[in-house]
Design a protein around this ligand. Structure first.
Ligand code: PRX
Length: 635
C-alpha cells in the first residue's frame, strides 16, 4: 500500500517529491497496486503540450465499472455503495449495496444495448439526483458508451445545444424531479429540446414524480418494464485506457459550451487516489458530497472516486432549505456522515439562518469537511469550522476544474495545516506555476500571477469534443508548454496557494461556472436589445452575482423598464437556465469600448462593484463620455 494513503506532512513532502521527480514511476506504482486492469500499459505517459497531446497508460485495457463494482463484490458485496436520501425527509432513505448496484448497472447496460447503444455512442443523461442517475453513468461505462450528463436545471435550449454538439443518440430522463417544495416537469423540457435534435432516436424515462407525460410512440420508453426483463449479467466492454469515458460541458468565452472529454484509465486512477487522501476515507465511513452529478464534482466525487475505493457515497435529491434550513445537518446526524463536501455558496446561505438549525443536531460523526467550486471567504470558513466542524474537523478547500477531472490543490486533512481561504499545497503529482503578464514563470514565494500547470496529470481532459483546436487555443496557447487554468492565484511565504478568482470572461455564480458570452448572446436576442455586456459583482451568498449593462434599440426606448428587465431574465431562463439570471440590469446609451471595439469589462466590473475611485486611464477609450453616464445611473 505504499504511498496510496498519506498520513503525515513529512510523508506528503516525500511522496510529492517522488511524484515530481519521476512521475511515470510514481503513477505506474499507484496504478499497478490499486486497480484491476485486463492488460497493463505499454507506456505510462506520453505528452506534448504544444499539440497538445497527452496519454496515460497507453495500451492498457480495463473497464472502470469492474474497478467500481465487480472487484468489491467478494470483499464488500453487502456494504452500502449508494445511500439515497430523498427530497422529502418522510420518504425512506435507500441503501443500495455493492451487489445490488452491480446488478442494477448490468440490467441498465443490457437495456441500453437492446436499444441499440454501443461502444463509442453518446448518451445524454438529464436526470434529477436519484439512484438511476448514478446507475446510468455506470451502465454507459459498462458498455463503453460515452455519457454526457446535462445538469437537470438547464433549459431546453441549453440541453438541445449539448445533445447536438456531441451527436447523442439517446436521452435518459425522468417524468419529473423534486426540488424542495417544487415538482419540475423534466419530460416536457426534453420534449421541447428534442424538437431540434434529429439525432435522438430513443428516450428512456424513469418514473419519479408521477407527472403526466406525453409519450412519443417508438421514441419514448418507460425504463421500468425494460429493466424488469433485462438480465443481471452484463460482461463489461474492455476499453483502452485512452478511450473516452464521458463528455461534460463547461462554459467558455464564446457562446458554444465546451465538451470536455475525459478518458478511462487516468481519470479512474487520479479520482480514486485523490478521494482516498483528500477525504481520508476509511472502510466504515459514510461520505457525503452535496454536489449534483450534473457537475464534475458529482462525477468524480460522488460516483467514480468513491466507488473505486469501495466507499459508501450519499446521493441527496433535495435542497439545503427544505423542509427547513436544518436539512443538511439533519442528514448528517441521521446517516452519521463522516466526510461532508459542499460549496461555499451553500455555507454562506446557511450561515445567514438561525444557529439553532445547526445546534439541534448531533454532528459528532464528522471528521473531514470539504469546500469546492469557488473561493471560500474567511467568514464562511470560520462559520463552517466553528459551527459544523466544532473546530475538530479540518476543512479541505479543494481547488480544481471540470477540465482537471480531479482535485489539484488542497490540504490533506490531518496532514496539511489549514489556513482559511487557502487551498494550500498542490496535490501529489501536480506541478503548478504562477506566470507574470509577460509569460514568465515566477519563482519563489510571495508572488501572484496566472495559475498554470506545467506537467500532465492523469485525469486531465484530453480534448474538447469535436474541436481540438479550441482545446489548444483555450488552454495551451496563453503560455508556452503550460496548461492555463483561467484562474489567478497567489503563493504566500510558506508556499501555500490562494486562488483569487477567474481572470477571463467566466464568472462563478453560486459555484456555477458561467461564461459571459452565452448570456450576452441570449440577452441580445431580445427584440428590444441592441447590445449588452455582463460582469460579476460581489454578492453575500452567491459569491458573485450578474450585472447586465444593456443598450436598447430605438424600438425599446419607450418601453416599460421593469417589464423589459423581466423579459430579459425570462429569456435567459429559457435559453440557459435560472442560474444565469441577472441580479441587476442597467439600461445604458453605450458601452465603454477600446478603439478596436472591445468592451472594457474592467471598467464595468469596477462600476458594478461600486469601486469607481480608480478606473485607470479611460482617455484612450473610443467613447469615454459614456463612463460618466453609466456611473451616474449605476444600480
Ligand atoms: O475559478 C475556479 C473555481 O471554479 C472553477 C472551475 O469551475 P468548474 O469547472 O465548474 O468546476 C467546479 C468544481 C471543481 C475554477 O477555475 N474554483 C473551484 N474550486 C475552487 C475555485 N476557486 C477557489 N477555490 C476553490 N476551492
Amino acid at each position: 500500500m505504499s504511498n496510496y494513503h498519506i498520513k503525515h506532512l513529512e510523508e506528503y513532502f516525500q511522496v510529492y517529491r517522488k511524484s515530481v521527480r519521476n512521475p511515470e514511476g510514481f503513477w505506474e506504482e499507484i496504478a499497478e497496486e490499486h486497480f484491476s486492469w485486463r492488460k497493463k500499459w505499454d507506456r505510462v505517459l506520453s505528452w506534448d503540450f504544444k499539440k497538445p497531446e497527452v496519454s496515460w497508460f497507453e495500451g492498457a485495457k480495463l473497464n472502470i465499472t469492474e474497478n467500481c463494482l465487480d472487484r468489491h463484490l467478494s470483499v464488500r458485496g453487502d456494504k452500502t455503495a449508494l445511500l439515497f436520501e430523498p427530497n422529502d425527509p418522510k420518504e425512506e432513505a435507500r441503501h443500495i449495496t455493492y451487489r445490488e448496484l452491480h446488478g442494477r448497472v448490468c440490467k441498465m447496460a443490457n437495456v441500453l444495448k437492446a436499444q441499440g447503444v454501443g461502444k463509442g455512442d453518446r448518451v445524454c443523461i438529464y436526470l434529477p439526483m436519484i439512484p438511476e442517475l448514478a446507475v446510468s453513468l455506470l451502465a454507459c461505462a459498462r458498455i463503453g458508451a460515452i455519457h454526457s450528463v446535462v445538469f437537470a436545471g438547464f433549459s431546453s435550449t441549453a440541453l438541445a445545444t449539448r445533445i447536438n454538439d456531441c451527436d447523442c443518440k439517446m436521452v435518459i430522463t425522468s417524468d419529473g424531479s423534486y426540488r424542495g417544495a417544487k415538482t419540475l416537469d423534466l419530460k416536457s423540457i426534453v420534449d421541447a429540446a428534442l424538437e431540434s435534435c434529429p439525432g435522438i432516436t430513443e428516450v428512456l424515462l424513469v418514473r419519479r414524480t408521477g407527472n403526466q407525460v406525453n409519450l412519443i410512440e417508438g421514441r419514448d420508453h418507460w425504463l421500468e418494464p425494460l429493466l424488469e426483463e433485462a438480465s443481471e449479467i452484463c460482461e463489461p466492454v474492455i476499453m483502452d485506457a485512452e478511450d473516452p469515458l464521458f463528455i461534460l460541458y463547461t462554459s467558455g468565452s464564446t457562446g458554444r459550451p465546451k465538451g470536455m472529454v475525459h478518458t478511462c484509465g487516468g481519470y479512474m486512477v487520479y479520482t480514486a487516489y485523490t478521494f482516498k487522501n483528500i477525504f481520508q476515507y476509511k472502510e466504515e465511513d459514510v461520505y457525503w458530497c452535496t454536489a449534483d452529478i450534473g457537475w464534475i464534482t458529482g462525477h468524480s466525487y460522488i460516483v467514480y472516486g468513491p466507488l473505486a475505493n469501495g466507499a459508501t457515497t450519499v446521493m441527496f435529491e433535495g435542497v439545503p432549505s427544505y423542509p427547513d434550513f436544518g436539512r443538511f445537518w439533519e442528514v448528517i446526524e441521521k446517516h452519521r456522515i463522516n466526510q461532508f463536501y459542499t460549496a461555499p455558496t451553500a455555507i454562506r446561505a446557511l450561515a445567514k439562518e438561525n444557529l439553532e438549525f445547526v445546534e439541534t443536531y448531533d454532528l459528532s460523526s464528522l471528521k473531514v469537511l470539504g469546500s469546492v467550486g469557488e473561493p471560500i471567504n474567511e467568514e464562511a470558513w470560520h462559520w463552517y469550522n466553528n459551527n459544523v466542524g466544532k473546530k475538530q474537523s479540518p476543512i479541505v478547500d479543494t481547488w480544481w476544474q471540470t477540465e482537471t477531472g480531479g482535485i489539484m490543490i488542497s490540504p490533506i486533512p490531518f496532514v496539511t495545516p489549514t489556513t482559511p481561504t487557502y487551498a494550500t499545497l498542490p496535490f501529489i503529482g501536480i506541478q503548478p506555476a504562477l506566470m507574470d503578464e509577460e509569460g514568465r514563470e515566477m519563482d519563489g514565494n510571495q508572488v501572484s500571477g496566472r495559475l498554470c500547470i506545467k506537467f500532465p496529470w492523469p485525469s486531465m481532459a484530453r480534448t474538447i469534443w469535436g474541436d481540438h483546436q479550441r482545446y489548444r487555443d483555450t488552454y495551451f496557447s496563453a503560455f508556452e508548454n503550460k496548461y492555463f487554468t483561467g484562474d489567478g492565484a497567489m503563493r504566500d511565504a510558506v508556499g501555500y496557494y490562494r486562488i483569487t478568482g477567474r481572470v477571463d470572461d467566466v464568472i462563478i455564480v453560486s459555484g456555477h461556472n458561467l461564461g459571459t458570452a452565452p448570456i450576452e448572446d441570449s440577452i441580445n436576442e431580445h427584440p428590444a436589445v441592441a447590445e449588452s455586456a455582463i460582469v460579476g459583482f460581489p454578492h453575500d451568498i452567491k459569491g458573485n452575482a450578474l450585472y447586465g449593462f444593456v443598450i436598447l434599440k430605438e424600438t425599446g426606448e419607450g418601453r416599460n423598464r421593469d417589464n423589459l428587465q423581466k423579459e430579459i431574465n425570462q429569456q435567459i431562463t429559457e435559453q440557459i437556465g435560472p442560474i444565469a439570471k441577472l441580479d441587476k440590469i442597467q439600461f445604458v446609451s453605450g458601452l465603454p469600448k477600446t478603439r478596436s471595439g472591445k468592451i472594457m469589462r474592467r471598467i464595468l466590473r469596477k462600476i458594478a462593484s461600486k469601486d469607481t475611485s480608480n478606473l485607470g486611464d479611460i482617455s484612450t477609450l473610443l467613447n469615454p463620455e459614456v463612463v460618466e453616464e453609466i456611473i451616474a445611473n449605476a444600480l
